[in-house]
Design a protein around this ligand. Structure first.
Ligand SMILES: [Fe+2]
Ligand SMILES: [Fe+2]
Length: 170
């Protein structure tokens, strides 16, 4: 008997399947977290962007579920600790600020960290799908990636006026 080395990801296919389960956890955590962010936001335009992205996020979760179902009948997620940490630090900002422009600036910053993390994660997943000869997976992941980029862009636009209001409130 040779040495047994722990290796959860012996192939790119397994790494990719695990990444999809992490992505499902990411989307599920956002579906849970965004309603609280909508409640805590003060700016009506920010609430609207969060609301819109909540609907997109629900669809992102469904898409990832469908991709996982191509590999297994047992579709479940794998807890993504990075997303939990980003959400946790955002909740601290909310707890330690009053409703208004400054809290909104914190909410936008948290949301943009989430979007950037999603953009990085979907970018890798899409590239792996392409390498694995799964072009239909790659195009679904690309579609979500574009929606994450769009959400990030909307948040950048709002942040300009929100940060101005936050500095005026200081
Ligand atoms: Fe998403
Ligand atoms: Fe997103």
């Amino acid at each position: 008997m040779g040495f047994i080395t722990p290796n959860d990801f012996p192939s790119l296919q397994e790494l990719y399947a695990a990444q999809l389960r992490y992505l499902l956890s990411v989307e599920n955590q956002i579906v849970k977290g965004l309603p609280k962010m909508i409640d805590h936001a003060d700016d009506p335009q920010l609430k609207q962007v969060f609301q819109l992205h909540l609907q997109e996020t629900e669809e992102h979760a469904r898409r990832v579920q469908r991709l996982i179902a191509d590999f297994t009948d047992h579709v479940d997620d794998k807890k993504d600790p990075i997303l939990s940490a980003i959400v946790g630090s955002g909740e601290n900002i909310t707890k330690e600020s009053d409703p208004g422009a400054v809290r909104d600036a914190g909410l936008i910053a948290t949301a943009q960290k989430v979007e950037h993390y999603e953009i990085a994660s979907y970018g890798s997943a899409r590239d792996w799908a392409t390498q694995l000869g799964l072009p239909n997976h790659a195009s679904v992941l690309e579609q979500t990636l574009q929606e994450e980029k769009h959400a990030d862009k909307l948040l950048t636009e709002i942040s300009h006026s929100a940060n101005l209001a936050a500095s005026a409130a200081a």
